[in-house]
Design a protein around this ligand. Structure first.
Ligand code: APR
Length: 193
């Protein structure tokens, strides 16, 4: 059992040399290869982290997004990062929480899987995720964190997977960090991919 205290960011290193970081902060400030945007199906911007990323990246991001023709829930499409410190933005569309019986968990899992596929295609050493769907889309935080951590652990356990080497799960507030830590403390069942 980890001795992680609540509210303190932390880092896990795997035998595969891959690293998983839990951090608190604004994802737009991270100088990683790719940050993930919790977008909507239009990919034309919005509030929350979507709004923050578009504001920080500048108008060229929206101009490129306009060429993408939208994005299905659970899928991911990439653009350059423009004025962001990150090289790329991987836009994904999380499920809107509708009580849990409408395939929300599978769609959220698919968001992470689609983003990791994009990170591999773009050869990103590092990728940072917000807590997808846990804001405006209302996904229960702890359940969403469990899906995020399980997906990240599956990647970190795959030695033969060259990219990414570092995964950042970014918490915009302490509630999200506490939720991640609670999931870790309760233990994760990670089906190996
Ligand atoms: N950095 C990191 N995380 C952030 C930031 C930020 N700058 N801003 C918000 N977050 C966190 C929120 O606290 C939440 O935990 O991102 C998580 C996702 O919240 P939302 O941004 O509301 O995204 P989501 O719940 O997936 O809803 C997507 O909201 O903004 C619109 O266009 C977007 O329609 C889409 C919907």
């Amino acid at each position: 059992m980890r001795s992680q205290k609540k509210g303190i960011p932390m880092e896990l290193e795997f035998p595969t040399q891959k690293k998983l970081h839990l951090v608190v902060g604004d994802i737009t400030s991270l100088a990683v290869d790719a940050i993930v945007n919790a977008a909507n199906e239009t990919l034309l911007g919005g509030g929350g982290v979507d709004g923050a990323i578009h504001r920080a990246a500048g108008p060229e991001l929206l101009a490129e997004c306009r060429l993408l023709g939208g994005c299905e829930t659970g899928e991911a499409k990439s653009t350059r990062g423009y004025k962001l410190p990150a090289r790329y933005v991987i836009h994904t569309v999380g499920p809107i929480w509708c009580g849990g019986s409408w395939g929300e968990a599978d769609r959220l899992r698919s968001c992470y899987e689609s983003c990791f596929k994009e990170a591999l295609r773009l050869q990103c050493d590092s990728i940072a995720f917000p807590a997808i769907s846990t804001g405006a889309y209302g996904y229960p935080l702890k359940e969403a964190c469990k899906i995020a951590l399980t997906a990240a652990f599956q990647i970190c356990c795959q030695k033969e997977l060259l990219y990414p080497k570092e995964i950042y799960l970014v918490c915009f507030n302490s509630q999200a960090l506490d939720a991640y830590n609670e999931v870790l403390d309760e233990g994760l069942e990670v089906p190996l991919a």
